[in-house]
Design a protein around this ligand. Structure first.
Ligand SMILES: C[S@@+](CC[C@H](N)C(=O)[O-])C[C@H]1O[C@@H](n2cnc3c(N)ncnc32)[C@H](O)[C@@H]1O
Length: 271
């Protein structure tokens, strides 16, 4: 059988037919042209078995990134699996804003709460070798993976297992977080692949999705230096309520809600 015949047949069962090509090309580092040339060839038995296995996993809604085993974020490669959320492009915008607004050469102390794969902390450490990064998470298994990603990207992180700031000592120039912020009541609105495969603990938070923000608002004032800044990713409908929560927590600071490149409220800054 030709590659193109099998690919077409298997893609018929997929919600996103191009994901099959995407996974194979990423795994084998093939260009679009390489892929098109491959389509004209006879497929080997071994490749047929492998391609069918990938199609089966995609048909069960497994995210392509978990099948490939990594995701690119801010120009770096991060190993991802079911222990962690797949880092999203919106979060790259948060990283970009932090890098634009803070001095790269100073020895800033920086805390990333809910680090997951380590995407935020590792990207910042890579871009600013003078910064001292602490990355925390409630999930031991996420911290294990963040440690692997730090090693693979050759950066140093202090990894701490903590429920928000419960077990974090000292104060920081920058506190950053992309916490879980979806209300458990909105579970049905979440894509099937996210719902089935990404960890609930990375997605959902009590109190309509506000619980972790509320805990950050309660604890961060004791851990942020006087001139320190707090940066967070937020749900696109949460800006107004979170602005009020953080204005109460930090009455002497300015709180702003910032939109992402799609024009949606996506980040909150306290400075
Ligand atoms: C939305 S994911 C963000 C992961 C990563 N920072 C990113 O942006 O791709 C949220 C992370 O917060 C962690 N988390 C959930 N509840 C937490 C808590 N109470 N304290 C610390 N981390 C928590 C989850 O384990 C998960 O890794």
């Amino acid at each position: 059988m030709l590659w193109i015949e099998l690919t077409r047949k298997l893609s018929e069962n997929l919600k996103e037919p191009f994901e099959l090509e995407f996974v194979w090309r990423q795994q084998h580092e093939l260009s679009k042209l390489d892929w098109l040339n491959l389509m004209r060839e006879e497929i080997s038995e071994e490749d047929e078995t492998t391609l069918k296995a990938i199609a089966d996993r995609l048909a069960k809604d497994e995210p392509p990134q978990y099948i490939i085993g990594w995701e690119d974020f801010a120009g770096l490669r991060f190993k991802v699996d079911e222990r962690v959320l797949i880092p999203r492009p919106e979060t790259e915008e948060l990283v970009q804003m932090i890098l634009e607004e803070n001095p790269h050469q100073e020895a800033l102390s920086v805390l990333d709460i809910g680090t997951g794969s380590g995407a935020i902390a590792i990207s910042l450490a890579k871009a600013c070798p003078s910064w001292k990064l602490t990355a925390s998470d409630l999930s031991e298994s996420a911290l294990e993976l963040a440690g692997e990603n730090a090693k693979a990207n050759q950066v140093q992180l202090e990894l701490v297992c903590s429920d928000v700031l419960d077990d974090i000592a000292g104060s920081f120039d920058l506190i950053i977080s992309n916490p879980p912020y979806i209300s458990p009541d909105d579970r049905d609105e979440v894509d099937a692949s996210v719902q089935k495969f990404e960890p609930d603990s990375a997605l959902y938070a009590e109190n309509d999705g506000y619980a972790i923000y509320e805990k950050i608002a309660q604890q961060a004032p004791q851990h942020l230096d006087e001139a320190g800044r707090l940066y967070m990713e937020i749900g696109y409908k949460q800006g107004e309520r979170l602005k009020a929560i953080f204005e109460t927590a930090f009455p002497e600071k300015e709180v702003s809600v910032i939109k992402d490149s799609f024009g949606k409220d996506r980040m909150l800054k306290v400075c």
